[in-house]
Ligand binder design. Structure first.
Ligand code: SAH
Length: 392
C-alpha cells in the first residue's frame, strides 16, 4: 500500500523520527490491511520511508528511510547490526553473561520488536501488528544470524498486541523448544520463566543497577521490594549483605526468587521472601529494620492521563521508605513508567523526602543500560530512571 502525507508533515521524518501519526496522512492508496507494509510519499510525491501500517494514532512505524525491500535479508542485516553492537558493548559473547536485550524496538531501528536473549533461547515480543505479521521472516533471519549462539526462539506476544486486531496470537516456540531455562547475568544464575513470566520472563534492564547495588550491600540489611525474580536480592547476597528480604505481591514471584537464591546460594539462611502487598509491608515493618531498600514497582502510569495519580503513587511509596529506613540507609528507587519523565519522578521523590523530614542526598542517577539504547531521534524510548539516595 501507498501513503501520501499532508504537506509539511514530512519534517519529523526528515529528522528520522520513526512514527507517522494518523493526522499526518493525506491519502492511502491500495488495500488497507493492518500490519501491511506501506511505502510513504511526501505531498510532492517524493519517497520518504517504508513501515508497518496499523489502525490507531501511530499509523506507521518506520522500518527504513531507504527505498528497499523488507524481506528476510533486511531483517537479517538489522539483527546482525544489533548483535554486533551487543558484542561491542560487552554484554554478548561473554562466558559470564548470557542475558541481554538483542533488540530494543525504536532504539535498534526496529519499531515494535523486542528480543531478549537468555542463554541459548531468544524470546521475541511484538508490540505492533506489522511485527506480528513478519514474525516468521524475523525468526528465520534470527536463525541465520545467530545460528551458533541460539537454539530456540520463543514468541511471546499474547499480551503486547492490540487485542482489537484479533490476530489470534498465541505464545509458542518458532524454533527449537529448549527446556533449559537457566541464564547467566554477570556470573549469577537465574531461572527464566518465559512461558508464564512477566514481559519476556526477566527484567534485563536492571542489570547495571543490580551491579551497583552489589557494591553497596556489604554488611547491610536489605529489603528488595517488588522483587519479582529476585535479581537485586541475589546480587545483594553476593555483595555480602547481612540479611536480604524479598517482597512481592505475587506468590509465583516469591517461588521464583526462592528458586534463584537457592540456585546461587544453596541453603543460605540470610534470605527470606514474603508474598505481601508492598504498601502493607512497609506500613507494618519495624522502624529501622533495613538500611538498604530497593523500590522497583511496576509502571504506575501506562498512559499520559494516569500521570497525576502515578506521581502521587511514587510519592506515597517513597514516603513510606523514608519514614522507615535506618539512619545512614541507602534507598534505590525506580520508575519504569514511560509517561513519567526523570524530572517528574525526581520531584515525586523530593516531595516524599520533604514530607518525611529526613535529610536526603542523591548519590547516583540511574537509567536503562546500553543494550536498551535510545534512538536520539526518538526520545520517547527513554523509560527507566532511578535514584540512589543516602538518607541521614
Ligand atoms: N525488581 C524486579 C522487577 C519488578 S517488576 C527485577 O529486578 O526483576 C514489578 C513487580 O511488582 C512484579 O513482580 C509484581 O508482581 C510486583 N507488584 C505489583 N504490585 C505490587 C504490590 N502492590 N505490592 C508488591 N508487589 C507488587
Amino acid at each position: 500500500m501507498k501513503i501520501i502525507l499532508k504537506r509539511g508533515k514530512d519534517e519529523s521524518l526528515r529528522r528520522f523520527h520513526p512514527w507517522i501519526f494518523s493526522g499526518a496522512i493525506h491519502r492511502i492508496e491500495g488495500e488497507q490491511e493492518e500490519g501491511a507494509l506501506a511505502r510513504v510519499f511526501t505531498a510532492d510525491g517524493e519517497y520518504i520511508a517504508t513501515g508497518h501500517w496499523q489502525i490507531g494514532s501511530i499509523a506507521v512505524r518506520v522500518l527504513t528511510f531507504r527505498d528497499e525491500p523488507i524481506d528476510t535479508a533486511f531483517w537479517a542485516s538489522r539483527l546482525q547490526e544489533a548483535w554486533q553492537m551487543r558484542k561491542a558493548i560487552g554484554v554478548a559473547g561473554r562466558e559470564d553473561n548470557s542475558t541481554y536485550r538483542l533488540v530494543h524496538g525504536e532504539g535498534d531501528n526496529l519499531p515494535g520488536l523486542v528480543i531478549d536473549v537468555y542463554g541459548r533461547t531468544a524470546v521475541m515480543q511484538a508490540h505492533s501488528v506489522g511485527i506480528h505479521c513478519s514474525r516468521m521472516e524475523i525468526a528465520e533471519a534470527l536463525k541465520q544470524v545467530m545460528a551458533a549462539a541460539i537454539e530456540s526462539i520463543y514468541y511471546k506476544s499474547e499480551t503486547t498486541l492490540p487485542f482489537k486486531a484479533d490476530l489470534g496470537q498465541e505464545n509458542g516456540f518458532l524454533l527449537g523448544g529448549s527446556a533449559d531455562d537457566v541464564a547467566v547475568e554477570n556470573g549469577l544464575k537465574f531461572h527464566i520463566d518465559w512461558l508464564r513470566g512477566q514481559k519476556t520472563g526477566f527484567f534485563v534492564d536492571q542489570r547495571d543497577n543490580r551491579s551497583l547495588l552489589e557494591q553497596y550491600s556489604r554488611g547491610r540489611d536489605v529489603l528488595n521490594m517488588f522483587c519479582y525474580t529476585g535479581g537485586f536480592s541475589v546480587y545483594a547476597m553476593r555483595g555480602g549483605a547481612r540479611t536480604v528480604h524479598s517482597v512481592d505481591s505475587s506468590a509465583q514471584a516469591v517461588d521464583l526468587v526462592n528458586a534463584n537464591v537457592e540456585l546461587n546460594f544453596p541453603g543460605d539462611a540470610r534470605h527470606r521472601a514474603y508474598a505481601e502487598d508492598a504498601f502493607r509491608f512497609l506500613q507494618l515493618m519495624t522502624d529501622g529494620a533495613y538500611d538498604l531498600i530497593i523500590l522497583d514497582p511496576p509502571a504506575f502510569a501506562k498512559h499520559k492521563d494516569a500521570l497525576r495519580n502515578a506521581l502521587k503513587g511514587y510519592t506515597r511509596l517513597n514516603l513510606r521508605a523514608f519514614e522507615k529506613i535506618r539512619p545512614g540507609g541507602i534507598l534505590f528507587t525506580f520508575s519504569c513508567s514511560q509517561a513519567v519523565n526523570k524530572d517528574q519522578f525526581r520531584m515525586a521523590v523530593f516531595t516524599a523526602a520533604a514530607q518525611s523530614g529526613r535529610r536526603v542526598r542523591i548519590l547516583h542517577q540511574l537509567h536503562q543500560p546500553a543494550d536498551h539504547p535510545i534512538n536520539i531521534y526518538h526520545p520517547e524510548g527513554e523509560y527507566l530512571k532511578g535514584l540512589v539516595l543516602y538518607v541521614e
